[in-house]
Design a protein around this ligand. Sequence first.
Ligand code: SAH
Ligand code: DHB
Ligand code: MG
Length: 222
Amino acid sequence: MAEQQWSAVDQYLGEALVGEDAALTAALETSAKAGLPQIAVSPTQGKLLHLLALTVGARRILEVGSLGGYSAIWLGRALPADGRLISLELSPAHAAVARANLHEAGLEKVAEVRTGRAVDSLAELVDDGAEPFDLVFIDADKPSNPEYLSWALRLARPGALIIVDNVVRGGAVADAHSTDPSVVGIRAMHELIAAEPRLEATAVQTVGSKGYDGFTLIRVMS
Ligand code: SAH
Ligand code: DHB
Ligand code: MG
């Protein structure tokens, strides 16, 4: 009952406020046809990412976990014409779908998908002296979240916003004794954040078409 209502309200809000266009709809369709898991952020969540990127005036965005490029399109559309989105993806098959969808959305000039283990791609960005990022969206394998957070801190400018998806997991995150590697990873990441004086954070619980989950929102203070 509750889940049905969350989805109905999410659908209403999506229609009333979000207005997903042809490129976004096509991105989900081609992703499904290619057999990708249907775990992209929802339209209301994608719009939230878009508005947050606009709000911080993001010129450089880093995404960890591209899937079919759905969240990357929302984020990429917040960039100025000379902005940059780098999205990291383990699966070459997912990356190929994401690249095609970003191209369909007209974002091929600003958006780039790098294939490989995200920890390797992140280390490469640091080694290459990449320009600092204004926004980082972490949405890949949850057990690695502590590592992703540490790399994000090295790659983000002071004032940057780091957003982490799927931090509530139906409420499982509150279980301090959980042995679920994803929950362990999310909790360890929160401990890192709390112990890091340069970071301030909160989290929002969400319900909707993706069930009961949430985002952690982190500001790099200095
Ligand atoms: N951000 C996407 C959803 C990402 S789903 C959206 O909302 O549209 C998570 C993605 O992370 C999957 O495509 C998966 O292949 C990728 N992934 C899993 N482990 C990874 C790793 N170690 N490095 C990089 N990507 C990884
Ligand atoms: C899963 C991963 C996600 O990034 C998400 O938003 C929802 C589900 C998963 O691995 O099940
Ligand atoms: Mg996610």
